[in-house]
Design a protein around this ligand. Structure first.
Ligand code: SF4
Length: 413
């Protein structure tokens, strides 16, 4: 069945409209339910339609996802829709808002109200009108506005997918880990203050009422925290002035090779200015594997940085990669990684993410692995290793620390 048929709205029962604090959710019924979510600027965010989940990125791409449950591990299937299919699902979302608006006007719509204040048909209509205007053409224009404000955002930690990204810097200062291509095509740079201030203004203008969807702010890109405090603090202060509702809950990636140089006083000062959590790519606790990956850190340094951040009152998110180093490094990778996690003494508020590594066919990792005779694991073996790390972390984590799987290929901003 073509995509546009699959996602067409054929309402046989009045729509349900949920006006939430952060978003608008419209459910239409055509035998099976279809559910469309929008931000408060009317921007189409996601859909559940035709037994598939669709998520729209701010850059205009739409990912379709489904999971096959046959086999040892569930298979996660994701594809980015082509232009025609993207337009079809976006237009279907806009039509669901039109239908909901008609139902609101004739009094048949079911309204679920959790915005502040009493249920208000006028406010519900405004939200629906904005969503109804966001058809495929409007979505294309919106994606262009987004691209004028942001460099691509290739990754965030899962608990920060709904953060407001603020690109203090762009790219990665190191950019030479063999397995990582997130920022490879982008030279690292620190935004000059005037450009950064314009970026903040651009963010506020771009999101508009859609800012209610975003919680806290994430200081991008890979290592904004390498900035000396003298440069970083004024940027956090500008953020607090431009986007005060997001400045109290800041997070950022940190790398060991620059973050490890920060003393307690500096980390505590950043915590006092709202930096609540830092995310550290440990990848592995095995120093031999870290060297193989060209990641310029040791497990001991990562453990030291995690302690320093926690001593300064921050929570930490630690990211490790299952399957990396292939057959040659398994099981020592698992053992050393769990030992490093244990040594970090993670506790309440801390997170451990276990990410499944998909070995690339080309590029620096593949070349080094090929030269060293390191065989990639099969997809099932990688997920076996994910399970091993998750199971092992139960005894390696302190009380209140949590572990979760991290599927980086699911990320879109
Ligand atoms: S430091 Fe992080 S972002 Fe930079 S290349 Fe390595 S893994 Fe990628």
């Amino acid at each position: 069945m073509p995509e546009c048929e699959e996602t067409r709205v054929r309402t046989t029962r009045p729509p349900r409209v949920a006006c939430k604090r952060e978003s608008l959710v419209i459910t239409v019924f055509d035998g099976a339910e279809a559910i469309y979510t929008f931000d408060h600027a009317g921007r189409f965010l996601s859909a559940w339609a035709g037994y598939r989940l669709y998520r729209r990125a701010l850059d205009g791409r739409v990912m379709r996802k489904h999971t096959d449950r046959a086999g040892r591990h569930p298979r996660r299937n994701r594809i980015f829709l082509d232009g025609e299919a993207r337009a079809a699902i976006t237009d279907a979302a806009a039509r669901s808002a039109e239908e909901a608006l008609d139902a609101l006007h004739d009094g048949t719509a079911e309204i679920v109200w959790s915005l502040p204040g009493d249920p208000d048909a006028g406010r519900a209509a405004e939200h629906l009108e904005a969503a109804a205007r966001f058809d495929a053409r409007a979505a294309d224009a919106d994606a262009l506005r987004y691209a004028a404000v942001y460099a691509p955002v290739p990754i965030l930690p899962p608990d920060r997918y709904r953060s407001l990204v603020v690109q203090v810097t762009e790219g990665c200062h190191w950019n030479r880990c063999t397995f990582c291509s997130f920022y490879r095509a982008r030279p690292f740079r620190i935004k000059p203050l005037d450009e950064y201030a314009a970026h903040l203004d651009g963010i506020r203008a771009f999101f508009g009422p859609g800012l209610t969807l975003r919680r806290g702010a994430f200081l991008g890109d890979a290592n904004a925290l390498l900035l000396p405090a003298a440069d970083l603090v004024p940027r956090i202060e500008l953020l607090a002035r431009a986007l005060p509702e997001h400045a109290g809950d800041l997070a950022a990636f940190i790398d060991v090779f620059t973050g490890g140089r920060r003393d307690h006083r500096e980390l505590a000062a950043l915590r006092a200015r709202g930096l609540r959590r830092i995310y550290l790519g440990l990848e592995s606790g095995d120093d031999g594997l870290l060297e193989f990956l060209n990641k310029p850190q040791s497990a001991a340094e990562a453990i030291g940085l995690a302690h320093a951040a926690r001593d300064a009152g921050m929570a930490v998110g630690i990211i490790v990669m299952a399957g990396i180093g292939g057959d040659a490094f398994w099981p020592r990778h698992v053992e050393a990684t769990l030992a490093a996690i244990r040594a970090m003494e993670l506790g309440a508020g801390d997170l451990l993410y276990v990410s499944a590594f998909s070995a690339p066919q080309t590029g620096p990792y593949a070349e080094r692995a090929g030269a060293a005779g390191v065989k990639p694991l099969t997809e099932d073996e990688v997920w076996d290793q994910v399970d091993e790390l998750v199971a092992g972390s139960k005894t390696a984590l302190g009380p209140g620390a949590r572990v979760a799987r991290y599927d980086i290929e699911e990320f879109i901003y």
